[in-house]
Design a protein. Structure first.
Length: 142
């Protein structure tokens, strides 16, 4: 089976730290794949909030994730702090891609834990319809 390979952008415009909680661990004693998805979701929401938005209100309408790709690179354990970087890119009329780089510091080295990409579309939850990316949102988030 062919492996997925995510091409990350050269730079990231948003960075945040997220601590690994004891409830983030799976039966193997490390962070599970479901938690990595939660970590990228948290990073994306923090980025939106910093710009004055949330996933239900980006000017008009909200956001829906259409797909996700995650490449796992290293383990995370209780007490680790994830340095999450986020970059919005590749805008179309109705959506865009979001790229993520999750890293931890170990023995003074940056270790890549995971890289990810999510496809997002704009959606009017009241009318149950896909909508265009609001211009003000695109300008603010880029």
């Amino acid at each position: 089976m062919a492996k997925t390979k995510i091409q990350l952008p050269a730079t990231f415009s948003f960075h945040t730290e997220i601590a690994v909680r004891i409830t983030d661990l799976n039966y193997g004693g490390h962070v599970g794949n479901d938690t990595v998805l939660s970590l990228i979701h948290e990073a994306r929401v923090r980025n939106l909030v910093q710009k004055g938005f949330n996933e239900l209100n980006i000017g008009h309408g909200g956001l829906i994730m259409t797909d996700v790709t995650i490449e796992y690179k290293a383990e995370l354990f209780y007490g680790d702090v994830v340095n999450a970087s986020v970059q919005f890119a590749e805008f179309t009329k109705i959506g865009f891609e979001v790229y993520y780089l999750l890293e931890k510091i170990q023995s003074e080295k940056r270790i890549t834990v995971a890289v990810a990409r999510t496809g997002m579309i704009c959606y009017d939850y009241e009318r149950k319809k896909i909508t265009a990316v609001p211009a003000a949102f695109k300008t603010a988030i880029e």
